[in-house]
Design a binder for this molecule. Structure first.
Ligand code: CA
Length: 231
């Protein structure tokens, strides 16, 4: 069962191409336990086809694949999707040289046999690298790395909580974000206090967005449920 991550970033999608089931199956299970959306294939041609048509964030490519080797899979997919992250699984030093020779900045490799923990750490690092750095909806734009926000080109002076609130709402613009999810994401997963805090911060945030608390048009209150950023 993938872990539930309601309003983090959208769940990252990973494609594994590995013909050795003894490696592939445990890997699929481990990545699913981490909460990723995982597809797996055992053939290079199929890997290239799926990865070109679909929108995976990360490809985990064995180099010695039937059909098409992992390096060639990477080259073909990159022609269509230059930004996809790639993590190679290599078996011998000859393969390592080939990976090093790839013109693919930022890609990484893990040598077999590898420890699962090591591979998961590399997967996380690759996914961080390709994580969205910006969120926008309507006239609001956020730089998630620099933690700065603008409305119609004017920079907003936000507290850390207000920034997190706005980032969460904008990432899900047009959808209701439930109060309890906001509490666990912006405050703490084990929040026991009153959600009055949330209403207070929300009213400050609305004011900074020039929204009228009595008749908000930017952040709507959905009674008994939560809030919705109107795109
Ligand atoms: Ca292989």
């Amino acid at each position: 069962m993938p872990a539930e991550r309601p309003y983090d970033q959208p769940v990252a999608r990973v494609l594994i191409a590995e013909d050795d089931e003894g490696i592939r199956d445990p890997l699929v299970r481990a990545l699913e336990r981490e909460g990723y959306d995982v597809d797996a294939v055992g053939d290079g041609l199929e890997a290239a086809r799926i990865a070109t048509e679909d929108q995976h964030d990360l490809l985990v490519l064995d180099i010695g694949l039937p059909g098409l080797d992992g390096l060639e899979v990477c080259r073909r997919v990159r022609e269509e999707r230059p930004d996809v992250a790639v993590l190679f699984l290599t078996a011998q030093s000859g393969e390592l040289d080939a990976v090093a020779g790839l013109d693919a900045g930022g890609d990484d490799y893990v040598t077999k046999p590898f420890r699962l923990a090591e591979l998961l750490a590399r997967v996380r690092a690759q996914l961080r690298r390709v994580a969205p750095t910006e969120a926008r909806a309507a006239d609001v734009r956020l730089d998630l790395g620099a933690r700065r926000a603008w409305q119609a080109g004017r920079e907003l002076e936000l507290t850390p909580k207000e920034f997190d609130l706005l980032a969460l709402l904008v990432a899900h613009a047009g959808e209701v974000v439930r109060r309890e999810d906001i509490m666990s994401q912006v405050w703490d997963a084990n929040w026991f206090g009153s959600t009055k805090t949330l209403d207070m911060h929300m009213s400050w945030l609305r004011r900074k967005l020039g929204d009228d608390a009595a008749a908000p048009r930017r952040i709507a209150t959905v009674r008994g449920v939560g809030f919705r950023f109107e795109p």
